[in-house]
Design a protein. Sequence first.
Length: 255
Amino acid sequence: MEYLADYRLLSDCEDELVLKSLNHLLDIMKNKIYIQSAELSQKNTWLEQHLNNKIFNKLRVDLYDGLLNEIIKRDEIIINSKKYQNINSTLATIFKKYNHTLSPKYLCPIHGDLTFENILCKEDFGLDVKLIDMDGAEYLDAIELDMGKMFQSIITKYEVWSKLDTKLVSYTKDGFVIKLFQDFEDVSNYIDIWHKVIESDKSILSAKAYFYTSLHLIRMIRFRLKISEDQAIYALLLSILLLNLTLTKLDEIKS
């Protein structure tokens, strides 16, 4: 990619340039890519199929060994001194209560792996943003999957922790302690940008961002396991935190 030598990965850019680049990028995608959409019926089954085909099978008891399996089996788990319910139970509760709220309203062409590692930018003579690695999706899919991938970088700082050699998870008799690299709720600037793309209440859009990020984390467990058990456990525990934040946000909206 010599012709892109002057560009920087978005994961290496300062926050101001990140926001400016994402605003520019999503404006282009909204008007040139996402515009080719197919509306889904109000009671569509897309989310149910996605969970059954791509998520729950990654959370089967005895699929993994050791602590990963123990976490998936437990009725309750303590992370950073707070108690959380079993991940499969939490997912089932979210689907039962908020399937319609979290389901996509339409399908369209998406990038499929819209993390900061796949976005390049430069600002020499005006801002220019480019996408790479666009082979990660079906031809038509839910735009929320792109949002979740981007928030994987925003919320969890994936590009930071995935490259660390140091341990991310400690386990004691009092539960798990994990290092967090970002305040999960400090995302309003990014929600504002996505609000221009997905027309939805901003509170619901925040819940969607947490939810779809958690689904991506669940799907990456087996890939992170190839790096280390610590990385895989970290992805699983992050997904539990984000699923519970999703449920909390949606319960607050409902009340």
